[in-house]
Design a protein around this ligand. Sequence first.
Ligand SMILES: NC(=O)c1ccc[n+]([C@@H]2O[C@H](COP(=O)([O-])OP(=O)(O)OC[C@H]3O[C@@H](n4cnc5c(N)ncnc54)[C@H](O)[C@@H]3O)[C@@H](O)[C@H]2O)c1
Length: 440
Amino acid sequence: MSEHTGGRDIAPAEGRLGVLLVGLGAVSTTVIAGVEAVRRGLSKPIGSITQMNTIRLGKRTDSRTPLVKDFVPLADLDDIVFGAWDPIPDDAYESARHCGVLRPEDLEPIADFMKSIKPMTAAFDKAYVKKLDGTNVKTGANKMELAEQLREDIRRFKEENGCDRLVIVWAASTEIFLTPGPVHDTVESLEQAMRDNHEAIAPSMLYAWAALQEGVPFANGAPNLTVDLPAMLELAKRNGVPICGKDFKTGQTLIKTILAPGLKARMLGLAGWFSTNILGNRDGEVLDDPESFKTKEESKLGVLEHILQPDMYPDLYGDMYHKVRINYYPPRGDNKEGWDNIDIFGWMGYPMQIKIDFLCRDSILAAPIVLDLALFLDLSRRAGLHGVQEWLSFYFKSPQTTPGLYPEHDVFIQHWKLKNTLRWLMGEEQITHLGVDYEE
Ligand SMILES: NC(=O)c1ccc[n+]([C@@H]2O[C@H](COP(=O)([O-])OP(=O)(O)OC[C@H]3O[C@@H](n4cnc5c(N)ncnc54)[C@H](O)[C@@H]3O)[C@@H](O)[C@H]2O)c1
């Protein structure tokens, strides 16, 4: 029924883990502050699977439910060292103050620590994030030179901070919409395009390339292509590096992927789902640019289609209308409001409506995702896994998949997949919830 795999050889999580964040804005400063607050015993890592979730092993009657962090060998929070790049020179304290996610009473006790994290100069180009100006930027003759400078940053950070291992997470602004083209097909064409300053090479790709060349796992928290390109996959495989993306699953999409599987499980129809958001942080301002919004919109729209499978259920979902709007509204700051109007129908086609008004805090939902991704990607690397880490789909709005596979969006399937992967890594039985073995 369920098989025992014997598990993988996993190198121990010894020494320091450097977590390099691209972008030192709302999400990054919130994760850094939260980890430090937890380390000082001032807070709890709420929302983090690695820190708070347990995992059932064996039969229900076995009573084996360790914490995930006691089951798989993960880096300890005390062994994490943070670094970042940002075109805005503010240190993590100033940036967190500016972003306004955390209250002064949570920020002041760790102000000394936050002030010690200063961003390295960024590989930044305003052409890809129109609403942003930055002074803390690298210069070079071409994009390849900038990427080589990023590689030097990575090596220097590792050396100066005595890190044994590194991971990189993109938590920088959403870039303009780009589609994969011929230059992204192979490592050679990508590198040639970097030398040629080709417009299809966005700054995020330079970070991804630099990470993969340095053997550093890379997670993409924004909807940009970044590592979701054939050339990057080839490089990840060649250098044995795990990658994952795209776009952290927080807020409205999280709720959507919790609710939609339930409606489908009950075979209830969906006529339409209208989602609108108001938010006033820098992310909202960047998304006010139609080209950055398009990148985000594509990422948000795919979700329902994949969960509800209209092709398979034309009577229920064949005519559904899905619309997503994001509006920049400064008074709200980071505290987004996401409204959903959902028109469903039931027995004999009778219509019903569901209204959700989520008074959400985006960065509060994103911070534990960044922590978990950093720890799990480091685990993947030590377990010898490379290429796309689909088991981390749980954390993303548009999960990157191995080419040819469709993504899993249903948050419950994703959660199950994640935990079964942990069981598989450790040679524990898969949990199928079949249940007949209790009666035998
Ligand atoms: N907060 C969430 O819930 C959430 C969810 C999903 C995705 N995201 C994505 O995560 C990213 C970060 O969100 P945020 O709220 O922290 O945004 P933010 O605007 O507060 O921070 C982004 C930071 O990235 C910097 N940046 C831009 N281009 C850069 C570059 N080339 N190199 C280095 N730094 C660069 C900006 O200067 C800014 O400080 C955005 O792309 C956002 O869409 C956030």
